[in-house]
Design a protein around this ligand. Structure first.
Ligand code: SF4
Length: 314
């Protein structure tokens, strides 16, 4: 369990100066996901969730995008910015959930479901997005589902997000894919119930990548940025936060009078945590590893992402 208050992460002055110098020389922007380490947040130009990062990548005028996150996110930036150099700070940072859906398997499933549109969570490989009708994030999944004309929809890869969205759209029939996020999926129900019992004054906030048995017990379900905003707006003082621990840094920084508790089972995405300050320096110096989506995949994958971005939020 984490207690209130936080000391600011230490960014060695030498590294901060080196990153700032290289950013100027390269004409670069550093984008980071909330789940990255706090020190990465401190040097990034923009910190956000998947949707925010996609929007930021689409509008940046920088020549080079240094992406602190996981591979599929850098791919999305590459889809949206084909003329820019997109560098993933740590080449080893992948997403186990994204790896749970392969293009060949999706192509086979589509053959079994003729006429059923495919809605794919952005946490997926570009080659899977290319086989999909439209994408979604956890922030806009319900709005995207409602925007589709068809009643029956196949949703990949996260079965938990699909189950959550199905509950909110009873008029749809959401067929699921057996993927999940290990960081959110492993939460233990008994532990959450016990945490609630010990903190009856706390508001429980959860990400829809958690299992339904957990979501049934919480007060608010939202995307990463939705959780951050909800805690900031709430007049409650104490919160239980059921998503990756990276969100605690902005939440504590921006809400000094509030208390944020976490479960004993650590909610840490080991891949997001692979990104380090030294990776950013190296990426800016070498402009590698570049992530570039092949043109034949880029066209259809971009279409699915752009259709998502055009759907108005609920
Ligand atoms: S938190 Fe889960 S979905 Fe997000 S990158 Fe990590 S493994 Fe993938």
């Amino acid at each position: 369990m984490t207690m209130p208050g936080c000391s600011p992460p230490v960014v060695p002055e030498e590294i901060r100066t080196r990153i700032e110098t290289l950013v100027r020389e390269r004409g670069a922007v550093v984008l980071a996901h909330y789940y990255c380490r706090p020190e990465i947040h401190e040097v990034a130009h923009f910190v956000g969730d998947s949707l925010g990062l996609s929007q930021e990548a689409a509008k940046t005028s920088a020549r080079v995008i240094i992406f602190c996150g996981v591979h599929f996110m850098a791919e999305t930036a590459s889809l949206l910015c084909p003329g820019k150099t997109v560098v993933l700070a740590n080449a080893e940072a992948g997403c186990p959930m994204a790896d749970m859906v392969e293009p060949e398997a999706l192509a086979a499933r589509k053959k079994e479901l003729p006429g059923v549109p495919v809605l794919t969570y952005v946490n997926s490989p570009a080659a899977v997005k290319a086989l999909s009708d439209i994408c979604c994030t956890s922030a806009n999944v319900v709005a995207v589902l409602r925007s589709l004309g068809s009643r029956k929809i196949l949703m990949t890869p996260d079965r938990n997000l699909a189950g959550y969205a199905q509950k909110l759209t009873p008029e749809k029939e959401v067929l699921t894919w057996p993927g999940f996020c290990p960081t959110h999926h492993r939460l233990n129900l008994a532990e959450i119930l016990e945490l609630k019992e010990r903190n009856p004054d706390a508001l429980v906030l959860a990400h829809p990548e958690c299992q339904a048995k957990i979501l049934r017990e919480v007060d608010f379900i939202g995307s990463t940025s939705g959780i951050i905003k909800h805690a900031a707006r709430s007049d409650r003082r104490k919160f239980v936060v059921l998503t990756e621990e990276g969100v605690l840094h902005p939440m504590r920084k921006n809400n000094p009078g509030k208390i944020f508790l976490t479960p004993k089972t650590p909610m840490i995405c080991p891949n997001m945590k692979k990104n380090t300050l030294q990776n950013i320096v190296d990426a800016l110096e070498t402009l590698s590893p570049v992530v570039k989506v092949p043109e034949e995949i880029r066209g259809p994958a971009l279409r699915a992402v752009e259709l998502m971005m055009a759907v108005p939020r609920d």
